[in-house]
Write a protein that binds this ligand. Sequence first.
Ligand code: ADP
Length: 269
Amino acid sequence: MQVAFSADERRVAEQPYYLASGDEVEVFQAAHRQRLPLMLKGPTGCGKTRLVEHMAARLGLQLITIACHEDITAADLVGRYLLHGGETVWVDGPLTRAVRRGAICYLDEVVEARADTTVVIHPLADHRRELNLERLNETLHAPDDFMLVVSYNPGYQSVLKDLKQSTRQRMVGIELGYPVAERELRILVRESGIDEARAMELVKLAHAIRKLDASMLPDVCSTRTLVSTARLMCEGLSARAAAMAAMLLPLCDDAEVVRGLREVVNTYL
Ligand code: ADP
């Protein structure tokens, strides 16, 4: 069978580690109990996905994650007829499966998706909690456990691509940033196994880089890239080599900028 679109679907058995920065766990829980959709705002690599995975396990719910991009249409989310052995059969999309199963549907980087997706998201996000399957002439009512979670990175959007006000009004917001030093240190130690002293050097470096003009290097120094750097160091790489490989090279193409950042790295590591 032709596969139109795939999404990450799973029941997270073990509760993934998540260190809260504020009241995000409580807000998430309250929003779920009240059947309100949730919007997670924050830069790439700051813990949005990890929070959703943690909460899905905590609430005992299946998690269906859809990484949005500009080619994703409403039909990709909802479903479509596909050819199967000479017959056309209806195949539910990931959003429809999430509604049927009472799962958490996580639309990662939602503003990347095509504008027509808001047509299906709207009635699902407001008090109706309905998903219209036009092609099947059917309307699904979301069970109480179903929850819609969207994430986006406010730093990236052009005004045009911004979420519509009417969509935003229906959501509960949680803003996440990079954790404060003491918490980021604990995350690094826990996620990579690195010792505290070396983790602290990485956190100090991160603070120095985050203070620079961020427009050229938005993602260079996320918690994620710090964790990757620490993991390479645990494999025996020197701190400088690890930072080069996990922070600078994948995220920075401008040779001048890399040279400048390298100097900062050499000052701290
Ligand atoms: P985002 O979805 O915001 O792009 P992720 O949730 O994928 O970022 O986070 C990237 C990585 O950073 C995670 O895999 C995890 O190792 C680490 N991380 C970030 N924030 C936290 C946190 N609060 N608790 C535990 N791990 C975290």
